[in-house]
Design a protein around this ligand. Sequence first.
Ligand SMILES: [Fe+2]
Length: 186
Amino acid sequence: MFELEQFVSDLRTALGERNRQALKETVERALSDSVALMRVLGEPARAGVQVLHRASDLTVLNVTWAPSQITLPHDHRMTAVIGLYAGREDNLFWRRAGGANRFSIEAAGGLALGDGDVTLLGPEVIHSVVNPLGSFSGAIHVYDGDFLGTQRSMWNPLTLAEEPYDVTAVLKGTMPVTTFGTEHAR
Ligand SMILES: [Fe+2]
């Protein structure tokens, strides 16, 4: 039985462990009953970022992606645990490229995440994400910091130049951010 309060409490306990693997294991336990999870979060029906918990040392988001939605390459600058409870997320990983390269980053691998998959991403990871399906996807995102309040980077899709992450675009664009329990997107 998934309970948000208990989940956050378990994540806080995991944060106290030396290894971030404990955060991943906590998300894996929450995803082991995706039906109970969706009873609390609802089935993904629109694109958005729902803030389930926000503190200086822990952010928990419910991220739902529209069919075929794509994000630009971006970094997190903190550990991230991504756990899919519905649909798919195809990750393309990037690394910073040397000076002789045309672009400042180059592709460095990929990872397809499906229903029930959980992955741990280190603070240096740069990725872009695609929902390859014609349906919505849903994922729990856990970060070991204030993800929404941290300066970070995104990379321009045309030039692949590093730019400051535009949080306003996230707030006002196609990805409404809501706080858990509110009915309307801000
Ligand atoms: Fe990300």
